[in-house]
Ligand binder design. Structure first.
Ligand code: INS
Ligand code: FE2
Ligand code: FE2
Length: 315
């Protein structure tokens, strides 16, 4: 580009060349401005969610009137999620890589799973994931959060690897190693056949934990949240809030019923806010229309690439 005088004028002989350069410069400035305007449209994580304004929230998570499939599921889960089982499941997790595939391949693989614990949807998982992601996107929330909508239930892949059934894959989560709180679905009575129920240590309020020890030190019942959290934390560039949304999204007794708060440290308080911001998109999008995976695929493939530097993920 030719020199431009301090007052913006240029020597007459170079007029055309400089004129063209100025035009290019002003195009570039315009582009930056359009980009800035787009960024400004992106809302903050904690801005109001619009999409669930008209939803009748009393229609969701009605466990007392749920069908036997759901009730039987929780009876089995509450009986079998013990400290011993949880230690074994974690050991097993660290001992091997189960599969190598891209995030989109994982989403497609999940397509055949119908979640027995869920009273609110009988759609396939790919549909549920796209409903959540699209609700977050429509509300103009951050791109990383849209991606969490898309992947938060991918841990259900466990079902196709070494799960013992659905009881160690889906459903709400709760800590093991301390007393089961009455705010867990179906209450603490639901655990009376669990070998840790009434245990001399695991059956006490804090059990193997201490007040304020922080949820990073708490063993949450093994399932899709814990599994995916471990997979994603080392293989993506997603922020701490995103990882918390994955790890705690099924921890309803904590994020929605207010149980186990005495185990939290200061960091967890921030994470609780993030998980609460995510929850409506997971739960209330279940009554939205069914999205078309084929149409949405290009958009989400790009989004996945943004946060997963290695295309192929170790599962
Ligand atoms: O039934 C549902 C379903 O399994 C979800 O994926 C899980 O996050 C919920 O907590 C649970 O209640
Ligand atoms: Fe989930
Ligand atoms: Fe979900």
């Amino acid at each position: 580009m030719s020199p431009i005088a301090i007052d913006g004028s240029s020597p007459a002989s170079n007029k055309t060349k400089d004129g063209q350069a100025l035009e290019e410069l002003s195009d570039a400035i315009n582009e930056v401005n359009v980009f800035k305007a787009d960024m400004a449209k992106e809302k903050g994580l904690y801005d109001d969610s619009e999409f669930d304004k008209d939803k009748d929230k009393t229609k969701f998570r009605q466990y007392e009137t749920a069908c036997d499939r759901v009730k039987n599921f929780y009876k089995e889960q509450h009986t079998k999620q013990t400290v011993a089982y949880n230690l074994k499941a974690r050991n097993n997790f660290y001992s091997k890589t189960r599969a190598e595939m891209t995030v989109w391949e994982a989403i497609e693989k999940l397509n055949t799973l119908i979640d027995e614990s869920d009273p609110d949807t009988s759609l396939s998982q790919i549909e549920h994931l796209l409903q959540s992601a699209e609700a977050i996107r429509r509300d103009g929330k951050p791109r990383w959060m849209q991606l969490i909508g898309l992947i938060h239930d991918l841990g259900k892949l466990l079902y196709f690897f070494d799960a013992q059934g659905q009881w160690d894959v889906v459903g709400d989560t709760f800590p093991v190693g301390c007393a089961f709180d009455g705010r867990i679905i179906y209450g603490s009575e639901s655990f009376k056949d669990n070998e840790d129920y009434g245990h001399e240590i695991y059956g006490t309020k804090f059990g193997i934990y201490s007040p304020g020890c922080g949820l990073d030190n708490v063993m949450l019942s093994w399932g899709h949240d814990e599994y995916l959290y471990h997979v994603v934390k080392d293989q993506s560039t997603l922020p701490a809030e995103a990882l918390a949304m994955i790890r705690y999204h099924s921890f309803y007794p904590w994020h929605s019923a207010g149980a186990y708060h005495e185990l939290m440290n200061d960091h967890d308080k921030g994470m609780l806010k993030a998980v609460k911001a995510f929850n409506p998109y997971d739960l209330y999008s279940k009554s939205d229309g069914i999205p078309s995976a084929e149409e949405l695929k290009p958009y989400y493939l790009e989004l996945i690439d943004e946060f997963f530097p290695n295309k192929v993920v170790k599962w």
